[in-house]
Design a protein around this ligand. Structure first.
Ligand code: SAH
Ligand code: SF4
Length: 339
């Protein structure tokens, strides 16, 4: 049985060829899958009943199940999706009242090997990579369930996308070609995997690269993120400069703000020192509490003070709105299990 979700037009044509149907039928099926997000072959109403019956013998729309769906008071939806092998990941859909954008936050791996001290995903360790089909299936499932069209994608769910780069790049290509979601509406967030950044530079990636920097110096970063020992800040900076030079793109520096740890005047100064000659915007992420660590959220005042210190250096700074915290859908709260 073939799964239609995730197939490109050529692959769907192979199925219609085998059934002795015209290439036009393949185009119709492709539209039903990617643009109209049907759940069942029977919903493909411009195909004859007879052809649908034949198609149903050869293929089905999807084999991914929605195990749990939760809705936050702010409208954010969180899905726990189950793949045929029983592994689960979370996918979050964020709606911002003042914008028409619908942003899907997708996972790239089951678990994560990087194991940052502040993140719930890392606590599970690494289970496996997602295939590109499983990555795009997350967006298709959201579209099928809500009847809405996703307009933006962020690789900020579970997993480290640059440690599963083949599948992430292939998924991005499909988002581009089949979903008509432009590269500029896709953001890839990484903990700073240097070989991956180098590969994206060579590929001339036109999507936004976001770097989870989170600290103003080596010592603090190493405390927060073990990966700092493997890919330390000076080397990371070289990789980022190379990326900016090769692609011409502005990057995003993500900075997790933790009370008294990296939200002081001195940390702001050192951060400015690190990023002043990088073409970047800064996205401040107030820490979201997760179990099993002692970190605390900074106060609203200290967030604003930190923001204005960075702005004085001429950088554009945004503070990430917390979405879906009441259903554990906010950054760093995804664990990929039911309770
Ligand atoms: N692995 C990638 C992408 C997924 S995490 C990465 O680390 O960049 C998406 C973002 O959520 C990252 O910036 C991550 O550092 C942040 N995050 C993780 N735990 C968090 C927490 N408890 N509070 C706020 N943000 C967190
Ligand atoms: Fe992995 Fe990102 Fe979580 Fe770190 S923050 S453990 S890299 S998912």
């Amino acid at each position: 049985m073939k799964i239609l979700s995730g197939l490109n037009l050529n692959e769907i044509e192979q199925i219609t060829d085998e059934l002795g149907a015209s290439k036009f039928r393949a185009r119709q099926i492709h539209n039903w899958i990617y643009l109209k997000s049907v759940r069942e072959i029977d919903e493909m109403t411009d195909l004859s009943v007879k052809f649908r019956e034949e198609l149903k013998k050869a293929a089905t729309v999807s084999d991914t199940k929605i195990k749990v769906k939760q809705e936050s008071s702010d409208g954010t939806l969180k899905y726990l999706l189950e793949f045929p092998d029983g592994e689960c990941v979370e996918t979050v859909l964020m709606r911002f009242d003042n914008r028409a954008n619908l942003t899907a936050c997708v996972s790239s791996q089951v678990g994560c090997a990087v194991n940052c001290s502040f993140c719930a995903t890392g606590k599970r360790g690494f289970i496996r990579n997602l295939s590109y089909k499983e990555i795009i299936e997350q967006v298709l499932t959201i579209q099928r369930d809500t009847g809405l069209k996703v307009t933006n994608i962020v690789f900020m769910g579970q997993g480290e996308p640059l440690l599963n780069l083949d599948n992430v790049l292939k998924a991005m290509e499909i988002f581009n070609e089949n979903f008509q979601i432009g590269a500029r509406r896709i953001t890839v967030s990484t903990s700073g995997i240097i070989p991956g950044i180098a590969r994206l530079a060579e590929n001339d990636m036109q999507s936004t690269l976001a770097i989870s920097l989170h600290a103003h110096n080596h010592e603090t970063r190493a405390k927060l993120m073990q990966i700092e020992n493997k890919y330390p800040m000076p080397e990371l900076k070289k990789a980022l400069k190379n990326y900016i030079e090769k692609t011409g793109r502005r990057i995003t520096i993500e900075y997790l703000l933790i009370k008294d740890l990296n939200d002081t005047l001195e940390s702001a100064k050192q951060l400015v020192n690190y990023i002043h000659d990088l073409k970047c915007n800064v996205n401040l992420i107030p820490y979201n509490p997760t179990e099993k660590n002692d970190y605390q959220k900074p106060s609203g005042n200290s967030i604003m003070r930190f923001k204005s210190l960075l702005e004085q250096s001429g950088k554009k700074v945004t503070v990430r709105l917390e979405r879906g915290a009441d259903i554990d859908a906010a950054c760093g709260q995804l664990r990929g299990k039911v309770s």
